[in-house]
Design a protein around this ligand. Structure first.
Ligand code: FES
Length: 78
């Protein structure tokens, strides 16, 4: 599931980043680029890092910026 729609970063990528040594949300965001757009995902990323890689899958809130999903889908088809 995408956590950061602006950059297209998934929960799996964030978990892998934490597993590879990123210790803070800022470090995860710097390494992955997540959080560098609208910022909606930053709290979710922080909770995933503070939780040692993330809450159970059902506990991750996807970004609610649906217009970005449309933009990404549209640009992928061009
Ligand atoms: S959803 Fe991550 S910066 Fe916009």
């Amino acid at each position: 599931m995408y956590v950061c729609l602006c950059v297209g970063v998934s929960d799996q990528e964030i978990r892998e980043c934490v597993a590879s040594g990123a210790a803070t949300a800022s470090e995860v965001m710097n390494r992955t680029g997540a959080g560098s757009g609208c910022g909606t995902c930053r709290a979710t990323i922080a909770s995933m890092v503070d939780g040692g890689g993330g809450p159970p899958d059902g506990g991750i809130k996807p970004c609610s910026v649906r217009s970005l999903c449309v933009l990404r889908s549209s640009s992928a088809n061009t």
